[in-house]
Design a protein around this ligand. Structure first.
Ligand SMILES: C[S@@+](CC[C@H](N)C(=O)[O-])C[C@H]1O[C@@H](n2cnc3c(N)ncnc32)[C@H](O)[C@@H]1O
Length: 435
């Protein structure tokens, strides 16, 4: 018979148990095909005393018994005599070993074609056997098992599934958790809806590029959530990974709306939080090269005045201040001269001046809530027209305005600070009567 790609000898006091487990299912089928060769060797068969005793009391006293070095060494010598041509590694399964990882499995599969797994029992094994015969100690984790068998089976199983031919395809394990430092994406099978929970849409539409991207992003998201230690150590190898990581980072600090956003008139105590939100917005606008709020405007004095005039409002959600807006009924001289278009009429209007949402609430629906609150306040003022201006580069604001029922009316100039762009696009919304 041809030599198998990987041979594993497990030295144990319970060979039948270990054999039964490892000769089942996928690894069992691979063993039958001769791709892997797993043998369980009874340590007791190598004792030199009449009672076939494998353990004895510990020197110095203490609880329990210790496995003697002689049967272990004789057993090992027998195993090695049958595997002379192989690249062998003798491993003692021990809670004192290095914690076992997928990287260890990969290394064992890559560097050796013969593993000898030594299972201790009782209080462990005589230290001199470890010193004399063991190449490395492996631990299944920071806990203590009764014997090394479960750990040996875990090592044998995880190494064997990396041997070509054991699994249907290499991709069966290269896409799995821990292969490249991430956890696997979530998996779903039929039915499409189970107990009211649907399979994510992207997995059903058949666009493989979208599916790949979604899965990679899910790997990053769940590794960050479930194993922050792994996520912190992960080094993106591709530009695509770098981009996905930065979008995961942006999204991860974000909050979700769990109840309706409400608004109230701002008070002086709100100013520090308002200025914090202004600063976030300033940085975000700057990152997108939008020349709006790039100087000291709007500062504390401006908001003090807004508050005194009763035209500054804060949005709150579950006790958090999530944003603010200033809605004024005062005449806005800058809106008198509109170019490239015109206002819809000369009805009394209010002006949405300064508005922003805290960065952790961006994308949560809070911006849309701000727009609804501004409509509501305009109605409180008894005005049916809201006017607003924004920088021509401020595309996110423009699309929010359009989505909220505003229409582009033309261009205006504002009193910008020296060195800053005074050009703005003007938008207007006519409020419908509430039914
Ligand atoms: C009860 S333990 C002995 C523990 C030992 N007295 C100690 O405190 O380090 C008996 C045997 O179980 C196995 N074992 C226990 N915990 C293990 C772990 N976390 N990983 C691998 N093998 C373990 C070892 O083979 C060990 O010889």
């Amino acid at each position: 018979m041809e030599q198998s790609a990987m041979r594993i000898d497990i030295m144990t006091l319970f060979p039948d148990t270990v054999h039964a487990v490892l000769h089942e299912s996928i690894i069992g089928r691979a063993a039958k095909k001769g791709i892997v060769d797993i043998n369980c060797v009874q340590i007791r068969d190598f004792t030199e005393n009449r009672q076939r005793q494998v353990d004895d009391y510990p020197y110095g006293g203490g609880f329990g018994c210790v496995m003697m070095a002689q049967p272990l060494k004789s057993c090992l010598e027998y195993v090695m005599s049958t595997a002379e041509e192989r690249r062998s590694r003798v491993i003692y399964l021990s809670p004192q070993g290095q914690p076992y990882t997928q990287e260890t499995a990969k290394r064992l599969k890559r560097d050796y074609d013969h593993l000898v797994l030594v299972c201790g029992h009782y209080e462990g094994v005589d230290e001199r056997f470890i010193e004399e015969c063991v190449d490395e100690e492996i631990s299944l984790g920071d806990f203590v098992l009764t014997g090394g068998e479960i750990a040996a089976m875990a090592v044998a199983d995880s190494v064997c599934r990396l041997v070509p031919g054991v699994l249907a395809d290499e991709q069966c394990y290269t896409g799995e958790s821990h292969w490249d430092g991430l956890l696997e994406y979530p998996q779903y099978t039929r039915p499409e809806v189970w107990e009211g929970r649907a399979v994510p849409e992207v997995l059903i539409n058949g666009n493989h590029a979208h599916i790949e991207r979604w899965r990679r992003k899910q790997q990053l998201i769940r590794t960050k959530e479930k194993r922050p230690d792994m996520y912190a150590a992960f080094q993106p190898a591709s530009e695509e990974d770098r981009k996905l990581m930065s979008s995961v980072e942006k999204e991860s600090g974000r909050k979700k709306l769990t109840q309706p956003v409400v608004y109230r008139a701002a008070v002086a105590e709100d100013i520090p939080r308002i200025l914090e939100i202004v600063q976030d917005a300033r940085e975000s606008l700057g990152r997108f090269h939008i020349d709006q709020w790039q100087g000291p405007y709007p500062g504390a004095e401006r908001f003090e005045e807004d508050i005194q005039l009763g035209q500054c409002f804060v949005l709150t959600h579950a006790g958090d201040t999530v944003g603010f807006f200033v809605l004024s009924t005062l005449h806005e001289p800058g809106y008198d001269d509109i170019t490239d278009g015109k206002w819809s009429g000369d009805m009394p209007y209010c002006v949405l001046h300064r508005a922003a949402i805290a960065k952790e609430y961006r994308g949560s629906g809070a911006s849309q809530a701000l727009m609804r609150c501004a409509d509501e306040q305009a109605r409180v003022y008894g005005r049916k027209c809201i006017r607003v201006d924004t920088h021509r580069q401020n595309k996110p604001m423009q699309s929010l305005l359009r989505e909220s029922g505003y229409r582009y009316r033309g261009n205006i100039l504002v009193d910008a600070e020296p060195g800053h762009d005074p050009h703005r696009q003007a938008f207007e919304k006519l409020l419908k009567d509430k039914k």
